[in-house]
Design a protein around this ligand. Structure first.
Ligand code: ZN
Length: 131
């Protein structure tokens, strides 16, 4: 299924853990894997700490140091920084499901990572049942 995500900033990590947990719950699948795939080239997805929001702030500021907004890029759209950051994080994550729930670690959250917003985005959520 498709989960729509509206971002409100140029760069932002949006915690989508609760939305994915709801999709997993509604699937009624007891054991399997949920895959979340981003259909965009300037946004990515990652799993990281959702307890202290400073972790996300530190990640965003560090990505900006590694991949500056301006750096003599050739791409005509002027958003090469966003393409590079999206590829650094990747376009999908997979999480095991046990007893009808994702088995994320205590401090783990699923983040949609916007690098060229604000935009209307979407991710594809696929659940594969296993024995
Ligand atoms: Zn571009």
């Amino acid at each position: 299924m498709i989960l729509k995500i509206d971002t409100s900033k140029r760069e932002e990590f949006k915690d989508i853990t609760n939305e994915i947990a709801e999709i997993v719950k509604n699937s009624a699948i007891d054991k399997g894997i949920v895959n979340i795939f981003v259909q965009h080239t300037t946004a990515g997805i990652t799993i990281n700490e959702n307890a202290d929001p400073d972790v996300v702030r530190d990640m965003l500021s560090t990505f900006d140091k590694i991949v500056p907004f301006e750096d003599n890029y050739k791409h005509y759209e002027g958003n090469s920084h966003a393409h590079i950051k999206a590829s650094m994080l990747g376009s999908s994550v997979s999480i095991p499901i046990e007893d009808g729930k994702m088995i994320l670690g205590t401090w783990q959250g699923i983040y949609f990572c916007e690098f060229d917003g604000p935009r209307n985005r979407k991710v594809v959520v696929s659940i594969i049942e296993s024995k």
